[in-house]
Design a protein around this ligand. Sequence first.
Ligand code: ATP
Ligand code: MG
Length: 339
Amino acid sequence: MDCHTSPPGEFRDFKRDDFEETWIKVAEGRFGQVYEVKVKLWREKCALKTFDATLCANVYRKIKEELSNITKLKFKYIMSVYGVCSEATAVVMEYMSNGSLNKLLANHNFMWPKKFQMIHEISMAMNFLHCMKPPLLHLNLKTSNILLDDHLHVKISDFGIMHWEEGMSKTALMECLTARGNINYIPPEVFTQCPDSPGTAFDVYSFGIVMWEILTQQKPYTGCSVTKVLLQVSKGKRPGLEMIPEKRPQECDELISIMKQCWDGNPWMRSKFSDIVRKTEALNELVKIPGLISAHRNGDAEQKSNNPWMFYPMHKVSSDGILSMLSKKDFSSFRQTVK
Ligand code: ATP
Ligand code: MG
């Protein structure tokens, strides 16, 4: 079925000719590229994630099978997948103008309310996947698979692609995960115990690491080899809590305690997203500054939006990053000053 004949909402197999000629490369992935393309008929931008045909022929075939189900999923915080483009060995999905959280965390200084909001939106997305019967496991949750739209709201992508297959050896699973550069997000039981098929606790662990990255705007275990990370994590080591700025809202302590429960060494002790989402919802409400939901992209003070001070490019922030640490009260007075 092609773009012209398939009913709306159906899984489509786009032709190259369904897109305008100009394909803008937005990223070079490990197994292919991501392009911004425009669908001729829809007049809408999409993202096209290609898979290197020689490396990934089998992977792509399996992904196509999975995607025909995933296309039907609709939720505010998960990425819509429109279909595939077999001619280009690619997946066609919603285009997210602000790119990945991975890049944004490295280049911008987020304020606390925005951090709380992002954490809550990710937990809503994950709760939605885990509420399915049977739960849809992500198994590839990391900051490069958390994308942000024009208004800096979160959508998670590339879920349901990684799979545990009957008879898959522990080594095969680890190879699959480490090839994607996911070592920091893999729970210790995957490499320390005989693997049962992974369950929801796998994603909860990855979420704990993502929380730490949002709270600190750092990458975990920098400078450590894969072997060292595996060794240390299996001994119970986790990213350092001392990296979380001391000057922080008191509600952040509650987030830290949720994060610690998420990355517990014992998968049975980890929280469930059904509980996490209720807690992040309450915390998000507490720190929310009325009217401050979105942000503008380039931090230009002339370009006023309703919510102009949600985050800053790093270069506009004082060297101690003080803007990101303002409390609600400080923030109101700061806002007065910048008007
Ligand atoms: P994995 O294959 O395990 O998901 P990855 O997320 O690092 O690994 P890609 O999925 O190929 O690699 O994505 C690479 C980058 O492309 C992302 O970090 C993001 O910057 C960009 N990207 C991916 N999907 C989209 C999208 N839908 N809209 C805009 N940019 C995207
Ligand atoms: Mg990805």
